[in-house]
Design a protein. Structure first.
Lengths: 695, 470
């Protein structure tokens, strides 16, 4: 305010100007006080007299101003003088003064809760909910909500804490009456309060929804979203199915209207729409065109729109969607192009009848020979092969022709996977894989792992021609490779091949369940939570509130709160453990192995699980520090992706095992006692002998 | 459960004005300023920075927060948020605050704000509580408690005169005494007037074959009311069925709209947006054909009916070192003139050496000129072009486009060795005065509750933003 200069030295002089009839001057002096009271706490007391006098001024503006400023000063000495004027102002005849006083109570509670309790301000606030002026009601509600939040953060000695704001049926009625008469901000506050109300029966829920629906037509987007939130929460209690449908129908147009707003608002709206669609995919079924990206849209808007478009894809609009996605794939922005190509793959996996058209679009894109387009297209093709095994083999030569252009690990790994999978159908598969075996040491780990698996597949499918290359790759992987994952996988393959080629076949060439696009990007339990938080940061980040504005509430507290509600959280926990064990994925594969003949699904599942992950949507926009969130996304995709119970069952023993450090002790989980990993040299020796025996 | 405050940054990223923060940590606002300034250079296209930035806490004990921000003229306004608040709430407040500033100062810039520090601070005080709750944001009520800067008040303050009588006495019982929250009590005007501007905005995407992919028209009824007393207005339309998805100013009685699609309201004073709507053409023969295939396609077809008011024929040929382009634009408006038409195309990173010839083709009736009249240097006769080296975009401007006139732009550009990578779309913006796509017509405005007969005015205005791909 003072262009960086410290003007606290003028405090006494400014103070002298406080008693003035010029309202503008008074305001500016008060403003100065607010900013500098902290630096001159002992001088502030000089202002008290004027404050108290002003709180009695005939002009309501001056009264309100005095009360408001006193509440903000945060000086101990002032506070003791605040209570009497505040008491008076809460009963002021002017609504502007009353509502200012109501907010002041919340600030006082922040500084000295006991003063609020002693003076009975809380009771007074509760009375003010019945005020005739809607503005006063809404500000009172904000004050009570603020106090509630502050109180729930403090340890309380009396139970129940009187400061906690529980909304009773009569309060709810007053709120519903005040709602249409408030300013937009007041409406948001009241709607948030209504969202917290716990309904008794279906009739009450219906009543709330019907009263809130008109708010969807408000010009202000935050009112609309707050209303959507209330409806989503209370529609759960509505039993009449046709009413729920009707409510959902009414929600769609206002959401679409938000897309005519500036990009920042659009983004928030889109994130929320994305979440709503996961719960109610039908609400915008006919509106896909609204989400078409324009070249000028900022990237963050485009990405969100793309996601929603795929979500809305259905038989009747898939052609439009595909031509649009193809258009995006020729754009300038590399990130966006990649995302568009991914979206084509997701469409193919989602809609069976459109798969062929998607493949054709991808072939067109590969023909452009733009490096990153080709690479992304190869990655996407892999996913399509996993969904529709042995359907589009005609494409493989085209893919292999682009082998030299690939320089990204993911694209390479994908192509190698495809070659391995169809090794018996590609004439020169041994030569192609040979290229990667030659450069094995230079490749990144994901490529190494895929090469290893692909070569073993090749060997199992064409034993005679691939003997040499498999031996070479196993040798290199076990001797020269510095990644323990790669080494271990090589050992396991080696041992498998040497002891029982039949078993190896059953494991490595097992048929995998086709993948599918997860309908939700977050776990269903979490989705419900997030939907209750719609129109909040949580819904924008698609993560529970505790993870980013935790205020230290993460931990035992939040767990115990959730435990009763849903077992989703414990499942989440379990998966968290599973995901930790991901580094030990190869070992996990074999955990299920000896259990029986259902085993292949175990391996398949894990591989699927691991590969699905990059394709799964990134929920985290720049906030990925928190490991929990990534896990949540994994959970979502894994859970929805498999659909079948078998892979999940295969996962089940995992947590117990992985709780011990994964690399060290996991060997104990092997059904077939492998060599003790502690003696590396020995273990290296043994499988080698075995393989020699095999040959 | 509210926002934390506002920080206004100038174009160098330095804070010029900030509201009082309740947070105990003095570093809190600075953390957000830093977080924003750090995020800004990371965005690869200006303006592409995420609208909600995550701000890690300064101390481990503190909780992290988020920073919402919008651009406003040459400034950025940041809005730190620490609780689980609706970011839309923050953005809505930012927008409201910017509107208020515009209302007070006209065109905004860092300089205007610096000149009017006192007023801006007063506005901040009145609109945002220290706890982060928005207070008074209705311009009507605000003008009562914060005097807008005017030459007169400046003169008087220099002369030492005291103006506060205007605030303190306040005709008709002072501020906030009105029973209607959005309207001041005791208003008096010598001439009672009310004006309606129907402002419609077309956004459309057209593919390379000239087929409209998506097209929507969003409309607003901007109102300027200067009416005395407490008038009760009833606005009826001859064709209210053309508009859907309405969002209303709180003054409109929703029940009445539901019943007979007429807007009944007691207007706020001065400028306000009465309603926003979406124009959806009624199902005609074309869409009726689609109904047999199911309702979804019928709905889509209906939306395609809005005709794009011009036809563009882009021909772009790319070579290894650049490309040539030819755009031919034909107005399809039957009788209205399009104005301020601007077509823009991004030519790709490192593009340069742009040479163009703008010309006017045949057609357009008596105003038509010969096509080879290309020697004249720009100007409205042929349109003009510029190359924006910062945005790497060629810009083609046609100030006036008469009905069914034809315009041409031929040009070439060079690209760096990596080959040209231009945008595959042109962005075309235009306005059409006195025209609406929806042709929503006001039937009549009845004012009851007051004795006078107000002067009424209605105006249409259309702007468009079309993406034309090639």
């Amino acid at each position: 305010m003072t262009v960086g200069k410290d003007v606290s030295g003028l405090f006494p002089d400014v103070l002298k100007n406080m008693q003035t009839d010029d309202l503008e001057q008074k305001k500016l002096v008060y403003l100065y006080l607010m900013n500098y009271a902290k630096t001159q706490p002992e001088l502030v007391i000089l202002a008290v007299n004027t404050f108290v006098k002003d709180a009695d001024d005939p002009n309501p503006l001056v009264r309100a101003l005095a009360i408001r400023t006193m509440g903000v000063l945060r000086a101990e000495k002032i506070i003791d003088y605040l209570c009497d004027p505040l008491q008076k102002c809460l009963r002021d005849e002017n609504p502007y003064v009353r509502k200012t006083a109501a907010l002041c109570v919340a600030k006082l509670y922040d500084l000295k809760p006991e003063l609020v309790l002693e003076n009975g301000f809380l009771e007074q606030l509760h009375e003010m909910i019945t005020d005739s002026n809607a503005m006063v009601v809404s500000n009172t509600v904000s004050a009570l909500l603020d106090i509630h939040i502050a109180a729930s953060a403090l340890p309380s000695d009396s139970t129940p804490d009187p400061a906690l704001f529980t909304i009773s049926a009569s309060v709810l009625n007053r709120l519903l009456i005040a709602l249409p008469n408030c300013s937009e901000w007041g409406r948001v506050t009241i709607l948030n309060a209504i969202a917290r109300y716990v309904t008794v029966d279906a009739k009450e829920s219906e009543h709330i929804c019907e009263r809130v629906v008109p708010q969807l037509q408000h010009v202000n987007g935050s009112v609309v979203l707050a209303a959507v939130k209330v409806i989503m929460i209370h529609a759960r209690g509505v039993q009449r199915e046709e009413l729920v449908k009707q409510l959902m129908r009414k929600m769609a147009p206002p959401l679409v209207t938000l897309l005519s707003t500036p990009p920042e608002v659009q983004w928030v709206a889109l994130r929320n729409i994305n979440l709503l669609l996961q719960k109610r995919p039908d609400i915008l079924a006919n509106e896909m065109r609204v989400f078409f990206c324009k070249y000028n849209d900022p990237l963050y808007v485009k990405v969100e729109k793309l996601d929603i478009m795929v979500r809305l894809a259905a038989d009747h609009n898939v052609d439009v969607l595909l031509s649009e996605l193809k258009e995006y794939a020729s754009e300038v922005d590399v990130d966006f192009v990649r995302k568009s190509i991914k979206a084509i793959g997701q469409t193919a996996v989602k809609i069976d009848v459109a798969a062929e058209r998607c493949v054709n679009v991808l072939l067109d894109l590969i023909a452009t020979r733009v490096s990153y387009v080709v690479q992304e297209a190869v990655v996407v093709m892999k996913d399509i092969f996993r969904k529709y095994p042995s359907t589009y083999e005609g494409v493989i030569p085209t893919l292999c022709a682009n082998l030299d252009e690939l320089d990204e690990p993911e694209a390479k790994a994908s192509l190698i996977w495809i070659i391995g999978e169809y090794a018996d159908k590609i004439d020169n598969s041994a030569d192609l894989l040979g290229i990667f075996v030659d450069s094995f040491i230079e490749e990144s780990h994901s490529v190494q792992l895929q090469t290893l698996t692909a070569v073993v597949k090749l060997f199992l499918k064409k034993p005679d021609s691939a003997q040499e290359v498999v031996q070479k790759v196993l040798n290199t992987a076990t001797k020269d490779c510095d990644s323990p994952d790669v080494r271990d996988r090589a050992y396991i393959y080696w041992r498998l091949l040497s002891t029982d080629p039949g078993a190896a076949k059953a494991v490595v060439l097992a048929s995998r369940p086709p993948i599918s696009i997860p309908r939700t990007t977050v776990a269903s339990g979490l989705l419900e939570d997030l939907l209750s938080d719609i129109s909040s940061l949580a819904s924008v980040y698609h993560k529970p509130e505790e993870t980013f504005v935790g205020r230290g509430r993460v931990g035992a507290d939040s767990v115990s709160v959730r435990k009763g509600e849903e077992d989703a959280f414990s499942t989440q926990k379990a998966l968290q453990t599973v995901a930790q064990g991901q580094q030990a994925e190869n070992l996990l594969d074999f955990d299920a192995e000896p259990a029986g003949d259902g085993a292949p699904s175990g391996l398949a599942a894990t591989e699927l699980f691991v590969q699905q992950q990059p394709a799964a949507q990134k929920l985290v926009s720049g906030l990925s520090e928190n490991p929990l969130d990534d896990l949540v996304s994994i959970f979502g995709s894994a859970n929805m992706g498999f659909g079948t119970a078998a892979p999940m069952a295969a996962f089940a023993p995992a947590p117990t095992q992985v709780r011990s450090p994964p690399m060290g002790n996991s060997s104990s989980a092997f059904g077939m006692s492998p060599p003790p990993p502690s003696s590396q040299a020995q273990s290296q020796q043994q499988p080698q002998d075995d393989l020699l025996g095999l040959f | 459960m509210a926002i934390d405050g506002l920080i206004i940054l100038d174009n160098t990223g330095r804070p010029i004005i900030q509201s009082g923060f309740r947070s105990t940590s003095a570093a809190y606002p600075m953390l957000h300023v830093d977080a924003f300034n750090n995020a800004l250079p990371k965005s690869h296209r200006s303006g592409d920075i995420d609208p909600v930035i995550y701000v890690p806490p300064y101390n481990v004990a503190d909780s992290p927060s988020a920073c919402c921000h919008v651009e406003c003229a040459d400034m950025r306004i940041l809005c730190p948020v620490s609780g689980d608040v609706d970011p839309l709430f923050a953005f809505a407040f930012l927008q409201t605050f910017i509107d208020i500033l515009r209302e007070y100062f006209g065109a905004l810039s860092a300089a205007t704000l610096k000149d009017n520090f006192d007023v801006v601070y007063q506005l901040l005080e009145e609109t945002l509580d220290a706890g982060g709750h928005p207070l008074t944001t209705s311009p009507n009520a605000l003008r009562d408690i914060v005097l807008p800067p005017s030459l007169l008040s400046k003169l008087l303050s220099v002369a030492g005169a005291n103006l506060n009588s205007t605030i303190n006495s306040g005709s008709g019982g002072g501020p906030f005494s009105s029973p209607i929250p959005w309207r001041k009590a005791g208003l008096r005007y010598n001439s009672n007037e009310i004006y309606f501007d129907m402002v419609e905005d077309l956004t459309a995407i057209v593919n390379k074959h000239g087929t409209t992919l998506s097209c929507s028209v969003w409309g607003k009824i901007e109102t300027n009311a200067k009416l005395s007393g407490t008038p009760d207005c009833l606005l009826t339309f001859t064709n209210p069925h053309v508009i859907t998805d309405c969002a209303f100013h709180p003054c409109i009685r929703l029940q009445r709209w539901k019943r007979d699609s007429s807007m009944s309201f007691v207007p706020p004073d001065g400028h306000f947006t009465l309603a926003e709507y979406r124009y959806t053409p009624t199902a005609t023969a074309t869409s009726a054909r689609f109904i047999s295939t199911g309702p979804p396609s019928a709905a889509l077809a209906a939306k395609e009916n809005i005709p794009i008011p011009f036809l563009l024929k882009p021909t772009v040929e790319l070579t290894d070192s650049g490309g040539t382009f030819e755009f031919k634009l034909t107005s399809r408006m039957p009788s209205q003139t399009m104005e301020a038409l601007v077509a823009e195309m991004y030519l790709g990173e490192g593009a340069g050496g742009v040479k163009c010839v703008a010309s006017r083709g045949d057609g357009g009736g008596n105003l038509g000129r010969r096509a080879h009249d290309t020697m004249s240097t720009g100007g409205s006769a042929t349109g003009s072009w510029t190359f924006d080296a910062k945005k790497m975009a060629v810009r083609w401007e046609l100030p006036v486009v008469p009905p069914s006139s034809v315009w041409l732009l031929r040009g070439s550009f060079t690209s760096p060795s990596s080959g040209p990578r231009p945008a595959h779309a042109l962005q075309v913006r235009f306005t059409v005065p006195s025209y609406t796509f929806s042709s929503l017509k006001i039937d009549q405005l009845k004012v009851t509750g007051e004795t006078y007969k107000p002067y009424k005015g209605v105006r249409g205005k259309t702007s468009g933003n079309v993406e034309w791909r090639w």
